[in-house]
Ligand binder design. Sequence first.
Ligand code: UD1
Length: 418
Amino acid sequence: MRYVIQGRRRLEGQVRVSGAKNAVLPVMAATVLARRPCLLQDAPDLRDVAVMSEILRGLGARVRWVEYGGRRALEVDPSAISVTEVPDQLMQQMRSSIFLMGPILGRLGRVRISHPGGCAIGPRPIDLHLRGLEALGATIRERYGYIHAEANRLRGREVHLDFPSVGATENVMMAAVLADGVTIIRNAAKEPEIIDLQNFLNGMGARVKGAGLDAIRIEGVEHLEGAEHAVSPDRIETGTFMATAALVGGEIRIDNCIPEHLDAVIAKLRECGVTIREEVGRLQVTGSGRPLPVDVKTLPYPGFPTDMQPQFMVLACCARGTSVITETIFENRFKHVEELCRMGAQIKTEGRSAIVRGVECLSGAAVEATDLRNGAALVMAGLAAEGTTVVSGVTHIDRGYEKLELKLAQLGADIRRE
Ligand code: UD1
């Protein structure tokens, strides 16, 4: 599967952002904890969601799309869940599914999961996940590439994370809601998706507070019921549309978004010379073409998101000067650099930083997406380039963007899937 893009078209019009991939996945994992059906409104139709649905079905849940209020929603009935193992083949397709350990352990007292290993953006250690679950009383053994965890009943404890890992915070939160006593997670991740998870857990009858702050307090309860939950809009999809308008120029309105989740991105886009009007639930973005240079350093939320780094690299490639992009979250998240250079970009990497000298115009080429966000960045580069760009590896993009080519085409871009 590939995208064929003819570049240099201005964007005009409106686009609606889908529910967030990074919010829906942990919420789907959390349904494992419930005794009754759950309804996830505005769940996006993504490949990662399909993989997570397969995993849940494998555990014994019933998962199906339903019509709700004129939109699609995902219904998960976890009442019959009894299987404690996630098949290796599904685990490898979605490494973030490691956060299923907490809810399976919390509900069934044991879990066997294959080690997620590395991925296109570098090694993905899970030490913080495992140490967090151990702190709650789980016994963990790692053997032959599998991780086994067991605990008759988890016990509430203080868990201090060395780094505010998003997945480890979610894993420990989900394990702790059915534990005996109070858990406090210190140095917790503060991403908006953590608040989404807290809201869903509390909707099922859990007692969680503090999401979005440094410390999260979870008081264990005996059992959880089902809940209805509206998945928050995807802040990274929103940011990708904003950055695209900034890059190719044009005037677009982005509906169904939460501007406050994008403060760092909006501030950087304004530095690039983009005009942004923030309204309740929507953004109006006007880009005039070549952006000004901008230095970016990725950090945990509320800092600049690593999931927007590749898209800003493309902005820097076309900027009127030199920018420095520094990646501090993942070790190996510059795979797009080589592909962008094939399109005429001038980038020099030095360790965790890339020095990007803006060029007047990129030129179309055949390039390959190797992960979700670098795929989106290559699409952006194609939209800005002179001539035809062919982006292969579109399945990576399908993991996290719902109908990207249709949404871009609706804004006037010339992009088709082959
Ligand atoms: C989540 C997001 C991903 C985003 C990332 C950082 C989901 C499904 N994915 O991934 O899109 O890019 O947050 O915002 O929500 N680390 C350890 N040990 C651990 C866990 C993590 O060293 O046990 C390290 C990682 O290698 C990485 C850093 O911590 O360098 C951040 O990882 P983490 O916040 O856990 O990201 P994910 O939850 O995997």
